[in-house]
Design a protein around this ligand. Structure first.
Ligand SMILES: NC(=O)c1ccc[n+]([C@@H]2O[C@H](COP(=O)([O-])OP(=O)(O)OC[C@H]3O[C@@H](n4cnc5c(N)ncnc54)[C@H](O)[C@@H]3O)[C@@H](O)[C@H]2O)c1
Length: 401
């Protein structure tokens, strides 16, 4: 089949490389630098090695483009564009809308349109289908389906082939064609009865993580106040062989999914007349962690960090990736600066961030570890400052969260 994938980021490029094993794939993106690099075999995404990309290009079944007309005679179009939050932390579907316009204006025949971007239940039925119909000059009988993406960048044990994939179409024909497509590169397909179930399941998976991380972050605060070691408490609770799942305390949540997706669920809940108090509170607890940590550091350092040189170690939102989207390190830097600290950061995996380069692991009076990459040793972190605060539990000998 001829498949066009709209958006060549973490999700779109990953799918492109896998789908090109069996299909002719056009990777469409608005970013000219990304597209030009992809066509040279240079991947910008962790988890998609440039070698795999080159292999896909060499088969002649993958190429990237910024030219919308190249999607014209696709059998399948996959939407993989960002679904962020706006300034009020409400769902922002402007990228989806732009993708719908491109699809509508360029398809020259009927196609199966699959959404892989994360959004609220009803997005494919009540938003994407009407948008494509509105923007189309020629009326085609397109099919519509959803198959939410579960890629976890940097993870090696689960990939497109072995991660169970949910899917559902708006019609039985759309469901069947979606199954045919993904079965060419995914071994474990899970059909659900409606697109809304698949959309809701995706949001709930990440809401589950957000809520449990908030819960454990609250426990970290309670434990500290009571003089109990939170990680030992969690290890102890984790010996229960059933009914308990261990989450670790941290400086908060980051990335494009966990801090964002629960707000999509809360928003759609509110529109349906249900106030999602629990989901909203979890979000607040995690967003407040950096302030809590800055307060603890100030208290341990004579009650103030004013004028002190503070080094934030690890600004990526998780270990061994360069992704800084929604990183709690950013909120922590602001919280420390609000208390008057002079803050720099070290992260050799990220390298440069907000126009600044990673600082050395030395010269600070206080270091605070947000993310511990494997390439940065715990010994070197411990030596980086006379006072080291560790939010990761991986730097033994440092003050623990
Ligand atoms: N990153 C993850 O781990 C992950 C996991 C599961 C689901 N998701 C979801 O997948 C979706 C995409 O996320 P991502 O991480 O791949 O984003 P990304 O930012 O890595 O990539 C998105 C790409 O889309 C391009 N783009 C934006 N508007 C476009 C348009 N109108 N036409 C063509 N290209 C356009 C951007 O230039 C960018 O290259 C989001 O809804 C996200 O929530 C992401």
């Amino acid at each position: 089949m001829r498949v066009s994938i709209i958006g060549q980021g973490y999700v779109g490029l990953t799918i492109s490389v896998f789908a090109s094993k069996a299909h002719e794939v056009i990777g469409f993106d608005l970013n000219t630098k990304v597209v030009s690099d992809l066509n040279k075999g240079i991947s910008h995404i962790e988890g998609v090695p440039s070698g795999d990309l080159k292999e896909a290009i060499d088969t002649g079944r993958f190429r990237a483009t910024v030219e919308p007309s190249e999607i014209s005679n696709s059998d399948i179009v996959v939407i993989a564009v960002p679904t962020p939050l706006d300034k009020e932390r409400k769902p922002d579907l402007t990228y989806i809308d732009a993708a719908c316009k491109i699809i509508a204006e360029n398809l020259t025949g009927p196609a199966l349109i699959i959404n892989e971007s994360t959004s609220f239940p009803g997005t494919i039925r009540n938003y994407i289908k009407p948008a494509i119909e509105k923007y189309s000059k020629q009326k085609f009988d397109h099919m519509y389906a959803i198959s939410p993406e579960r890629v976890d960048p940097g993870r090696e044990d689960f990939n497109q082939k072995n991660t169970p994939r949910l899917y559902a179409g708006l019609t039985p024909e759309a469901t069947a064609k979606t199954r045919d497509f993904y079965s060419t590169f995914c071994d474990n397909l899970v059909e659900v009865s409606s697109p809304e179930v698949a959309e809701a399941a995706k949001l709930f998976e990440n809401t589950f993580r957000q809520v449990n991380i908030a819960l454990v972050n609250e426990l970290a605060q309670i434990s500290h106040a009571l003089g109990i070691d939170v990680r030992e408490t969690l290890d102890a609770a984790g010996t229960k062989p059933y009914g308990f799942m261990k989450f670790q305390p941290s400086a908060g949540v980051g990335g494009h999914c966990i801090p964002v997706d629960p707000s999509y669920l809360a928003d759609v809940a509110e529109k349906a007349g249900v106030e999602a108090t629990f989901i909203k509170r979890a979000n607040e607890v995690n967003l407040d962690m950096p302030k809590y940590i800055a307060g603890r550091i100030a208290k341990d350092n004579g009650g103030s960090v004013k004028g002190k040189k503070v080094l934030v170690v690890g600004v990526a939102y998780k270990p061994n990736v360069a992704d800084t989207r929604e990183t709690p390190a950013e909120l922590l830097i602001h919280a420390l600066e609000d208390l008057g600290a002079v803050v720099s950061w070290n992260d050799p995996v990220v390298g440069s961030w907000h126009g600044k380069e990673s600082a050395g692991l030395n010269g600070a009076e206080i270091a605070v570890v947000v993310t511990k990459h494997d390439v940065v040793s715990a010994e070197n972190i411990l030596k980086s400052a006379p006072y080291v605060f560790d939010t990761t539990g991986k730097v033994k000998g440092a003050v623990q969260l």
